[in-house]
Write a protein that binds this ligand. Structure first.
Ligand code: PEP
Ligand code: CO
Length: 459
């Protein structure tokens, strides 16, 4: 095997093309693909290296236990949701969750959205078959708005290179609005004091728990009104007002077209997002995604599911962070509540002495399909995966530094449970996701309160 230094020397922006590359669209329109790539590579970047370096520093502090990362948003972002209300609401839910966590964990929270570019989806099957007018029809699966469209027609499911440009523009519009809201004071909490917490009055919450949550909400409200009376000063920490973007770095032609050298800095930055991650399906050590991202300067996350071995975890760290740079590497574990203790202790042990940020994604390992065909996730398993992950980190002297969730501010019925959430038979009421089931607004806040409470209880 080549040493890290040797392989680093052989990296170039095209070197991934010699590797096996899963989950990429096959465009019939080859000329259109070249045109779209050229156009993207000439357009301005979506984020800057300054912002990326700022995030790297925050992630390095999170690795040391001084901060906590909250990363959340839709499973599949939709171009149709690039509207003022949905964007503002997505920001609001992230900020409210982060307030609850800051309060419970007694630690500043770094907020990263799964938005402004979360448009590409890996799929377990390349095709989808449906019954259309009594006849079976098979079409390409929906791979996210970056690639094709969700409607079940041959025209919509055909991958089109121009979708990349459309997603670029909508990412830019989203980022523009998020930045403006952040700068204009939205993140200084004035807009956030209208907490809408119907789960607090729902049946199913024990009186003790309700009183506890109500006390936490009251404390938060008091804190916010004190902030107001101090003239809107939110925090001594200017980083508290910043929101970063992230997405799965899946579509490598797209990522490469927005990756560039930056004057005055060494190396090549992926300027499509602050914080790309490699998904559980595409983290092969010899695959194209690891090859591409090992040469990119951004902080990188990798999702680790139950099939990852201890050896793979070590090799991934060696490939992606050969010099043990602080803030560079994040591992997002997504095992399923029942499998946390089977795998996580060995991974933590393997990484001892190397800087890594451990984040828990309690969503993707807890997915099941109901008898009527709805993909869902139980709230209880989601909360338990986080709590068990936290317990393993604490018992091994490690630090769990983040939570990665799929959430939407909309009142959807996709995940089962929580005190006021849907049950299996009511999932169809407002089941709207085009990919994985998301926590709705109430469930997301309830999760934040529960985790904050759990951490406080353990102290
Ligand atoms: C996702 O985050 O939507 C996803 C596909 O995750 P994973 O790679 O962990 O399966
Ligand atoms: Co998902």
């Amino acid at each position: 095997m080549k040493s890290a230094a040797q392989s680093q020397a052989t990296w170039n922006p095209d070197s991934w093309r010699e590797k096996l590359c899963g989950q990429q669209p096959r465009y019939a329109d080859g000329e259109g693909l070249e045109r779209a790539k050229r156009a993207l590579s000439e357009l301005p970047p979506l984020v800057t290296s300054f912002e990326i370096e700022r995030l790297r520093k925050l992630l390095a502090e999170a690795q040391q236990g001084k901060r906590f990362l909250l990363q959340g948003g839709d499973c599949a972002e939709r171009i149709a949701d690039c509207q003022s209300e949905p964007v503002a609401q997505r920001l609001k839910i992230l900020l409210q969750m982060s307030l609850v966590l800051t309060h419970g964990l007694r630690c500043p929270v770094v907020r990263v959205g799964r938005f402004a570019g979360q448009y590409a989806k890996p799929r377990s099957s390349a095709t989808e078959t449906r019954d259309v007018g009594g006849r079976k029809q098979t079409l390409p699966s929906y791979f996210g708005d970056l690639v094709n469209r969700v409607e079940f027609t041959a025209e919509a499911r055909e991958p089109k290179p121009d979708h990349m440009l459309e997603c670029y523009y909508h990412s830019a519009l989203t980022l523009n609005f998020v930045r403006a809201l952040a700068e204009g004071g939205f993140t200084d909490l004035r807009e956030l004091d209208r907490w809408d917490l119907p789960f607090l009055t729902a049946a199913g919450l024990t009186p003790e728990r309700r009183a506890e949550y109500q006390r936490m909400t009251q404390n938060l409200a008091d804190g916010l009104s004190m902030v107001h009376s101090l003239g809107g000063v939110t925090s001594k920490d200017p980083n508290q007002a910043v929101v970063f973007s992230s997405h799965e770095g899946l579509h490598l032609d797209f990522e490469q077209s927005l990756s560039r050298p930056v004057p005055g800095r060494t190396g090549c930055y992926d300027l499509s997002t602050h914080f790309p991650w490699i998904g559980d399906r595409t983290r092969d050590l010899d695959g194209a995604h690891v090859e591409f991202f090992r040469g990119i300067r951004n902080p990188i996350a990798v999702k680790l599911g139950p099939t990852a071995t201890r050896g793979e975890v070590v090799d991934l760290a060696r490939a992606l962070n050969p010099n043990d740079e602080a803030g560079r590497l994040t591992f997002i574990t997504r095992l399923g509540a029942d499998r946390v203790s089977d795998h996580l202790p060995a991974w933590i042990d393997a990484m001892k002495g190397h800087p890594v940020l451990w984040v828990c994604d309690p969503m993707h390992g807890n997915t099941s399909t109901t008898s009527s065909g709805f993909k869902t996730r139980p709230f209880e398993a989601i909360a338990q995966e986080f709590e068990r992950t936290l317990a393993v980190h604490e018992s091994t002297g490690s630090y769990l530094g983040g939570l990665h969730v799929e959430v939407t501010p909309a009142d959807v019925t996709e995940c089962i449970g929580g005190t006021a959430g849907p049950i299996e038979s009511t999932l169809q009421t407002r089941y709207q996701t085009t990919c994985d089931p998301r926590l709705n607004y109430q469930q997301a806040l309830e999760l934040a309160f529960r985790l904050a409470h759990h951490v406080q209880d353990g102290r």
